[in-house]
Design a protein around this ligand. Sequence first.
Ligand SMILES: Nc1ncnc2c1ncn2[C@@H]1O[C@H](COP(=O)(O)OP(=O)(O)OP(=O)(O)O)[C@@H](O)[C@H]1O
Ligand SMILES: [Mg+2]
Length: 351
Amino acid sequence: MAVTKEKIWDVLKKVKDPGLNKGLVELGMIKDIEIAGSAVRVTVALTMSGCPMKNQIKDDVKEAIHGVEDVSEVKVVLTTMTSEERAKLLGQKPSEMQGIEEVKRIIAIASGKGGVGKTTVAVNLAIALSKKGLKVGILDADMHGPDIPIMLGIDERPLGSKGMLLPIEKFGLKVVSTATLAGEGVPIVWRGPLVTKAIKEFLGHVAWGELDYLLVDLPPGTGDAPLTMAKLISLDGVIIVTTPQKVALADVRRCVGLFVGQDIPIFGIVENMSFLRVPGVSEEQILEVFGSGGGEKIARAFKVPLLGKVPLDQKIREGGDTGKPMTLDADSECSKTFDSIAEELLKYIRK
Ligand SMILES: Nc1ncnc2c1ncn2[C@@H]1O[C@H](COP(=O)(O)OP(=O)(O)OP(=O)(O)O)[C@@H](O)[C@H]1O
Ligand SMILES: [Mg+2]
């Protein structure tokens, strides 16, 4: 029996996009079907070029078409939707998302509690990823305490071009922060609607260009900014930073719950200020200043990896204060710690 386009359409109607949980046909993702005898070639338009589900979509399409009688060969060609198509599909205005079209993954760094080292982790992890040859950006979405520019030693403001903001480049990273816009030391009173507006601006109107990872340094807690981020864009995942002590855990659980409630994957936990190495007379002593086991506990409770433990280290603090993150120094212990956290993260994401 001849293979017809109708038969192919029929089986494709049953194939779903695993991320959006809707049919590929319904989503307008099937762009073309060509038939030459018993060979079928289908073009599928993904919502974004770095779609983490692309292999699964390809396999599912192949499998469905092979189920049609007399089909001998199936070729699936993957393309990417135009920004208009994607905007229509996701119900967004195209201009809102223009700046992040070529960003493959957006990962937020969050914590339930302030001062646990989110910004320190964001900056050092970004450098560790970039040392692996990946293109990395940082968005400082912490309106209340924008510390990223200080920790990276950035004092210039970003320039605009054709209605888009150009990120500042430092240590191979592309960086945008509220502080680089407002100027250091300017008190910023951000209220709910302003936070939402500012984040929208940053996401849509920054010319991030091609990035493998955009790390977003979120403000602490479970307020407007993390929620807005989660709702506005499809965050690919979140890294949670915590300290080991008991009192931090309740806040961390609430924070994890916020993202889990939005179906955003938790890529892992980083335990910061885990221990302190004190050089002793005969051997090194390890002090657990903030207790122990917090990171493991959260990781176990939510069945997510503990990506690593960062020691309490004067050099890490100094690196932050002087704008030269310790991870830049390849021989430092900090650098090894963050290299390993980056590797664990990549292992988990690429699984
Ligand atoms: N492992 C560490 N060893 C030593 N100092 C650290 C370490 N991690 C963070 N710090 C220092 O602790 C302070 C708070 O860290 P950081 O600003 O990264 O926390 P945060 O969670 O981003 O805070 P906020 O909630 O205010 O945004 C900074 O001075 C930083 O240099
Ligand atoms: Mg911070």
